[in-house]
Design a protein around this ligand. Structure first.
Ligand SMILES: [Zn+2]
Ligand SMILES: [Zn+2]
Length: 246
C-alpha cells in the first residue's frame, strides 16, 4: 500500500513537474531532485570535474604548484574559472540539448551543479553576467542558453544578473572550425560594454554553458575588465583535454 501511494505521488508530481523527478543524465526517476538532480548510478560514473586543479583555468594537474604551466606562461584576463563537469559523454549531450533542442527545463539542474562547484570557493562577486549572443544568433536560436543558466544562478546566489551591459557586436565564426591563428583574431572586438555603470568597482561572475578553447571567456573578461575589478568564470562543462588557448 505504501508503495502504491509512493508511486501515485510520483506520477502526480511527474504530471505537474515532468522533469523535476528525473535524473538529469539518464532520465531515470529519482526521489529528491532538489538535493541532487541525478541518480546514484550517474553520481558514481558521471564525469565531474574533481581532483587537483589549476587555480586559474581549472585544468587537471598534479604537483605542488597552484597554477598549471600554461597559465604561468600565458596571461589570462579572467582571475579564476570553474567548471562543474568535463565536456564529454552525458554532460556534452546536455549542453547540446539545452542549446539546440529547446530543453530549457535542464537549466535549473545544470545551474545547481555549477553552484555546487563554486559555493565553497573563496570568491566574492556582486553581479552575474551571461556570455551574450550576437543579435543574429539570438534571432536564429530564440534564446541564449547562458542567460538561462545565469538566471538560475542568480536565484541560487541571490546576486543580480545583468543581461544588458555586455553585448556581442560582431558575428564570429565557430572557433572549432578555425586554425590557430584565425582563432586568435576571430574574437577580437567581438564584445562591447554597452553600459559601464553596473561594472565599475564590481566583481563579475561570467556565465557560459561550456568552455572549449577558453577564448570566448578570455575575450569577454578582457572587455569587462576595462571597468570591472575581478572576473570569475563559471561554466557547466569544460574541455578536459586541452590547455586553454590564449
Ligand atoms: Zn542517472
Ligand atoms: Zn591553468
Amino acid at each position: 500500500m505504501k508503495n502504491y501511494f509512493k508511486n501515485l505521488y510520483k506520477k502526480i508530481m511527474n504530471l505537474l513537474f515532468p522533469n523535476d523527478l528525473k535524473c538529469m543524465f539518464c532520465n531515470k526517476d529519482i526521489a529528491n531532485a532538489k538535493e541532487k538532480p541525478f541518480c546514484e548510478e550517474c553520481e558514481s560514473k558521471a564525469p565531474f570535474n574533481v581532483g587537483q586543479r589549476c587555480r586559474i583555468c581549472d585544468m587537471d594537474m598534479s604537483g605542488e604548484s597552484e597554477v598549471c604551466d600554461f597559465c604561468k606562461n600565458y596571461h589570462k584576463h579572467f582571475d579564476r574559472s570553474f567548471s562543474a563537469m568535463r565536456y564529454e559523454k552525458s554532460p556534452k549531450s546536455l549542453v547540446i540539448k539545452l542549446k539546440n533542442n529547446n530543453a530549457k527545463y535542464l537549466a535549473p539542474k545544470m545551474a545547481q551543479l555549477m553552484f555546487e562547484r563554486i559555493k565553497n570557493e573563496n570568491i566574492k562577486f556582486d553581479i552575474i553576467i551571461p556570455v551574450p549572443l550576437s543579435a543574429k544568433s539570438l534571432k536564429k536560436r530564440k534564446y541564449n542558453q547562458s542567460k538561462l543558466l545565469a538566471e538560475e544562478l542568480s536565484k541560487l546566489t541571490l546576486i543580480e544578473v545583468n543581461n544588458s551591459c555586455l553585448a556581442k557586436i560582431k558575428e564570429t565564426k565557430h572557433q572549432k572550425n578555425l586554425n590557430f591563428n584565425d582563432r586568435k583574431t576571430n574574437l577580437i572586438g567581438a564584445f562591447k560594454v554597452i553600459d559601464k555603470k553596473p561594472l565599475i568597482n564590481r566583481n563579475v561572475l561570467l556565465v557560459d554553458d561550456v568552455m572549449t578553447t577558453g577564448a570566448t571567456a578570455n575575450e569577454c573578461s578582457k572587455t569587462l575588465k576595462k571597468y570591472a575589478n575581478n572576473v570569475f568564470v563559471v561554466t557547466f562543462a569544460r574541455n578536459p583535454l586541452k590547455n586553454l588557448e590564449n
